[in-house]
Design a protein around this ligand. Structure first.
Ligand code: 0O2
Ligand code: 0O2
Length: 211
């Protein structure tokens, strides 16, 4: 089976590497134009085989249907500073013509029971293989740094407790989720202040330049 997995996962590995370069490129272009970058950083991974098997068993997905039914075998994650950046990133993804967005799951306006917040988009991405083009599904998670902090901690605790959190930990995670939400709100307010200041200085500079 080892060799089969290598063959099966090869296009996913290639796609993750390609998309990391492409999405990191979005950040470089903001920086080049001296604009606030909607993209803070990008990570990506191919799901480990053991996690693919666990998830397939949990969701009753036959292994022969993995490529159609498991959307996050390849996963990219885009971290943003501010909640408002997430919308900008989604618009940029929508305007690209190297892949197609086929699904969007909004866990920001409608957060999960756990307290998890993120915007997920599933894309259909064409990979060039020696046997021609292969279309694969990829999940892109877009979240703020605060949402990422919470999700990373919760994910490790989940691993430790296998989803069965002791009650005190569960309560702490809920209140940490609320704190992360408030942090995002506070930062959004500061962002507006920064942008107002930038607009003011740009105007002032224009006046001086025309002197
Ligand atoms: P774990 O289990 O979190 O320890 P580079 O080539 O240097 O840019 P590199 O080393 O290939 O990058 O990895 P990258 O792109 O920085 O990040 C890989 C990380 O993605 C993982 O680390 C996770 O932190 C994160 N990740 C985990 N799950 C997901 C997911 O479902 N979707 C996305 N998009 N990212 C995820 P590890 O060490 O592989 O995993
Ligand atoms: P990994 O690689 O360990 O991160 P389901 O698995 O049923 O919840 P589905 O339909 O596959 O979800 O898609 P969904 O909900 O869009 O994406 C699932 C992924 O979102 C998870 O991947 C996590 O990366 C992330 N996620 C969803 N809910 C939570 C949560 O409550 N806490 C944290 N930390 N992350 C969450 P996996 O399968 O866990 O894989």
């Amino acid at each position: 089976m080892g060799e089969h997995w290598d063959v099966f996962l090869a296009p996913y590995r290639q796609a993750v590497e390609e998309l990391k370069v492409k999405l990191k490129g979005m950040r470089s272009r903001f920086v080049m134009h001296s604009e606030h970058s909607a993209v803070e950083f990008v990570t990506g991974r191919v799901k480990p085989i053991a996690s693919i098997l666990d998830k397939a068993a949990k969701k009753n997905i036959p292994l022969s249907n993995l490529s159609e039914e498991m959307q996050d075998i390849a996963g990219l994650r885009i971290m943003c500073q501010f909640v408002d950046d997430i919308k900008i990133v989604v618009e940029m993804l929508q305007n690209r013509n190297d892949f197609e967005i086929i699904e969007k799951r909004d866990y920001i306006n409608k957060n999960k029971e756990s307290g998890y917040r993120s915007l997920h988009v599933v894309i259909r991405y064409p990979v060039q293989t020696i046997k021609g083009e292969k279309q694969i599904l990829i999940e892109i998670q877009i979240r703020t740094l605060a949402m990422n902090f919470w999700a990373t901690i919760e994910h490790s605790l989940n691993y430790k407790y296998r989803g069965q959190f002791p009650e005190d930990i569960q309560l702490r995670l809920k209140s940490a989720a609320e704190a992360a939400y408030r942090l995002d709100e506070e930062m959004s307010l500061i962002r507006e202040e920064i942008q107002e200041a930038q607009a003011f200085f740009t105007k002032k500079k224009e006046v001086h330049d025309s002197d």
